[in-house]
Write a protein of this length. Structure first.
Ligand code: ADP
Ligand code: MG
Length: 399
């Protein structure tokens, strides 16, 4: 059988990877087996109106309601619900101490505005010295983000952004999160981690973490003083923001590999705490996925590769900032190109069965070799079948 692919993303990393596998490019109206689509295309294919029915040999790179994890407000809502549910069932994971969750405190305190304004004010008053970050729920690449350290600034913003044509209901919603003001710095600069996570099924949950993530650095030194509050080159690590910064280094594109970060931390902080940090990162990824698993319309045709944004604070605690359902495949450097090529290659090896032909009836248990640079985060099927477990405890490395 010949395998066909279709993409509405004109990225050479997608096309070259598919062609390398001998797949033939076709248009969206033709018979395709693999579709690397934008999120909107995927949603319209799955919409009731489209009348499109996929057959067993078709797979696509998004779940229809990926926004449950990629929208900033819904991610927070789902994680809060997950913690409440665990608490109700008396699960020790949801234990609290000092009114904080001991194990599930991995997102900065966050409220949705305007809906949760009163709750936010209550929290704000507990520590009026804190800085908060405002982010529009549905945007990306640092667009529309600003920091506030006074309630009056938020009130002024609210007044100014209200025009007669934009009534409360139609206004864009925002999340307001506690700003992590003690980020781990390297060379005096703030950075965040981009970690790729592939999910081939939500129920049962099957997720893989890519070993080759990277850190994205700010171009200017970190400075938490009020004078620099509006300077986004200090506070936002997005490549799209920093690219316009004065000291942007096109040679390494403001990036450092995760392996080098690990070596740096092992030598400056020690092996044990470094190991613990990376375990905690995997732990938070697993629980963020478990939090959305019950609400994702899991469909056997779908898989998705997420770009996790994680900030490490100066105490080596990782914080989940957001999850992208369409992480950038654009390369800024030669190393970046190699990494993204490998990423794409490994994704296809995992989601396509050994026969090389997409088939949703497959049990989605890839061979060790097919994993490439991915490692299993969790596979609830393996948890049931202990014979296949190998080194995994109950199908999950970090229970
Ligand atoms: N709570 C926070 N504390 C510190 N920095 C943050 C926080 N939230 C976001 N940032 C910074 O802002 C950047 C953009 O925020 P993010 O939520 O990823 O939105 P976007 O969709 O615009 O990328 C992050 O990469 C990080 O550098
Ligand atoms: Mg981001």
């Amino acid at each position: 059988m010949r395998v066909t692919f279709c993409t509405d993303l004109d990225k050479s990393v997608v096309v070259s990877n598919c062609e390398k596998r001998g797949w033939i490019q076709v248009g969206p109206e033709d018979e395709w087996n693999v579709y690397w689509a934008g999120t909107m295309t995927c949603r319209s294919l799955f919409s009731v109106d489209s009348g499109y029915r996929m057959n067993d040999n078709q797979i696509i790179n998004h779940f229809p309601n990926h926004y449950e994890i990629s929208r900033k407000d819904l991610l927070v809502k789902n994680i809060k619900r997950y913690r409440r549910d665990l608490e109700k069932e008396g699960n020790s994971l949801a234990e609290r101490g000092d009114s904080k969750y001991l194990h599930l405190d991995f997102i900065p305190t966050t409220f949705v505005l305007p809906a949760d304004y009163n709750m936010f004010v209550e929290e704000y008053r507990k520590a009026p010295q804190s800085t908060w970050i405002m982010k529009p729920c549905g945007r990306s690449q640092g667009s529309g983000i600003f920091l506030i350290n006074k309630l009056s600034k938020l009130k002024r913003w609210s007044r100014e952004s209200k025009t007669p044509f934009q009534q409360q209901l139609t206004r864009e919603s925002y999340v307001i999160s506690k700003y992590i003001d003690n980020p781990l710095l390297i060379g005096g600069k703030k950075f965040d981690l981009r970690i790729y996570v592939l999910v081939s099924s939500f129920r049962p949950l099957k997720a893989y973490q890519f070993r080759l993530g990277f850190c994205r650095f700010c171009t200017v030194k970190y400075d938490s003083s009020v004078a620099e509050l509006d300077n986004m080159y200090v506070h936002l690590t997005n490549v799209s923001v920093q690219r316009h910064g004065g000291e942007y280094n096109s040679l390494h594109g403001g990036k450092m590999s995760i392996q080098n970060l690990r070596l740096h931390l092992e030598s400056t902080r020690g092996k044990v705490v470094t190991e613990k940090l990376f375990d905690q990162i995997s732990w938070l990824i697993i629980h963020s996925l478990k939090a959305i698993a019950p609400v994702v319309a899991t469909d056997r045709h779908c898989f998705e590769c997420y770009g996790y944004d994680i900030i490490i604070d100066n105490n080596l605690k990782p914080w989940l900032v957001e999850v992208n359902a369409s992480p950038s495949l654009t390369s800024t450097t030669a190393n970046d190109r190699i990494l993204k090529h490998k990423l794409m290659d490994n994704i296809f090896s995992i989601v396509v069965p050994p026969s090389g032909i997409p088939d949703v009836r497959w049990n989605k248990i890839p061979t060790q070799q097919a994993l490439g640079d991915f490692e299993i985060l969790i596979d609830e099927d393996l948890a049931e079948n202990t014979e296949n477990c190998g080194s995994l405890k109950n199908g999950c490395k970090w229970k």
